[in-house]
Write a protein that binds this ligand. Structure first.
Ligand code: GLC
Length: 475
């Protein structure tokens, strides 16, 4: 490890300290998370102070025997995916899919129609390519719509947008029913498809992992579906008696529980317990939803790169790094360091693991991707900050997983199976050591204390597509 000049060492250590999360903190924060879940489950009004805890009207978890051909449309981040899924009824499926990038101007359009007519056109394009015969079917194909933003859901196929997250901002769509918007635009194009279910991507992840899981082989029940990708969120099955805000008349008789979309990105929006550095504050101010989703803004892929960029820029402004480069360039820095949102989390994953002499590999990555030449000293600073930011993100990620485990463990007390968590998203799937660090933090919290059960993380491939198909299969 290279030694830094003492002043810079002091500043970097101070930042590392601010990002440090202790075991003691995550244990307390887990209890506060359980409290916040309970508040969200009883409070009918959506406020900034509560985690939304949205009833999804999905009332059972798949067992792997579901069958049939369904469509799924998935809007979750910068891409729109359309898939057809043939569920084989034996924990397996066959999937066809196309992916379309949402143009920037559509993410920030004036009218909701601009987005939804774009989506409908892509569904049509997909059918024209893969299922030409669908228009002649007597019964329309059923489509599950994965819409991964906070939605106030009142039935399996009804839900109004509460607010946008992850860089979308189309004010006109807020408060509108997103199923109606999609269906109306499909009708305009004469597409023979019925939008029968609306699901968050985390609901999809839970259902698709439960479908793929064969408990006789894994000896585990799937209890949570979650995403750690561009954003972060999670879903679990809750007993009806524990959802006081739900109008029980809306639920068919005999139903015992419902999947709840926590929208945990909004955990602790009032910052009662969450760490808050000056870099978190700067990043939050730059977003389209300041003051909201503050938990997500400390964890997910859309934000960790930006936190690093802001921290590096601060050290530059304080005169510690990039000084010679700035002079050589005649008074400027590469735009990926000066402009918000251009430092991708993928780059952090390369920075994280480099152990080459003098961090030369990392130097190449920065040069190639950010056009940023660096000194050895600067590279050591960048790696230390990256590791501090990502470790905090993984430690914080353990809190909701441990909290939900604690809250539901009694539901499974007569069963000796382990707990498994279905996960999807680029950060949990690809960020080096992210899963290991989450498991280490969960072990420190020990939410299954007093039992012999273990917690496993399982990547749920194609979660949102297959999950939406599974939702559609219940109709
Ligand atoms: C954001 C959205 C949430 C989604 C998550 C993961 O937090 O608000 O609905 O599940 O991102 O994509």
């Amino acid at each position: 490890m290279s030694t830094l000049p003492s002043k810079l060492e002091a500043v970097v250590s101070d930042i590392e300290q601010q990002f440090l999360i202790t075991d003691d903190f995550i244990i307390k924060a887990t209890d506060y998370f359980v409290e916040s879940m309970e508040k969200g489950l009883s409070s009918p009004k959506q406020t900034r102070e509560h985690m939304p805890m949205i009833p999804t009207f999905v009332t059972s978890i798949p067992n792997g025997k579901e069958k049939g051909l369904f469509l799924a449309a998935d809007l979750g981040g910068t891409n729109f995916r359309v898939c057809s899924i043939d569920l084989k009824g034996d924990h397996t499926f066959e999937l066809k899919q196309s992916k379309y990038k949402i143009p920037n101007d559509i993410m920030k359009a004036q009218e909701a129609e601009e987005l939804f007519s774009y989506l409908a056109k892509k569904v049509k394009a997909f059918l024209d390519e893969h299922h030409q015969d669908s228009s002649s079917h007597e019964n329309p194909l059923k489509l599950g719509f994965t819409f991964s933003f906070p939605v106030d859901q009142t039935a399996l196929n009804r839900g109004t947008l509460i607010r946008w997250t992850k860089g979308f901002s189309i004010d006109d769509a807020v408060g509108k029913d997103v199923v109606e918007l999609l269906q109306a635009n499909l009708v305009i194009l004469g597409v023979n498809v019925d939008v029968v279910a609306l699901a968050n991507d985390t609901v999809g992840t839970l259902l698709s992992r439960a479908y793929a899981n064969n408990p006789d082989e894994t000896n585990a029940n799937t209890i949570i579906g979650c995403i750690f990708g561009t954003g972060t969120n999670g879903t679990y099955y809750e007993a009806l008696d524990n959802i006081p805000k739900l109008d029980k008349d809306q639920v068919p008789k005999g139903v015992k529980g419902m999947v709840i979309n926590t929208e945990w990105g909004s955990f602790d929006n009032t910052l009662k317990v969450l760490p808050n550095t000056k870099y978190d504050e700067i990043v939050d101010k730059q977003t389209a939803n300041p003051g909201y989703h503050l938990f997500e803004k400390r964890i997910s892929g859309m934000f960790i790169g930006e936190i690093l960029r802001v921290a590096l820029y601060d050290l530059f402004e304080q005169g510690f790094i990039f000084q010679d480069l700035y002079k050589q360039r005649g008074g400027s820095l590469p735009h990926r360091i000066t402009e918000p949102w251009l430092l991708d989390a993928e780059i952090l994953s390369y920075i994280e693991i480099d152990d080459s002499t003098d961090l030369k590999m990392l130097g190449l990555v920065l040069q190639n991707n950010l056009r940023l030449p660096t000194t050895s000293q600067e590279r050591h600073v960048i790696q230390r900050l990256t590791r501090a930011i990502s470790r905090r993100a993984a430690y914080l990620s353990a809190i909701p997983l441990a909290a939900i485990t604690k809250k539901v463990k009694d539901q499974y007390k007569d069963d000796d199976k382990d707990f498994e968590i279905g996960c999807d998203g680029s950060v949990v799937e690809f960020y080096p050591n992210f899963q290991e660090t989450i498991l280490q933090a969960i072990a420190a919290i020990d939410p299954l204390k007093g039992t012999n059960k273990k917690i496993h993380l399982k990547i749920a491939k194609d979660g949102s597509g297959v999950g939406a198909a599974l939702c559609a299969s219940t109709v």
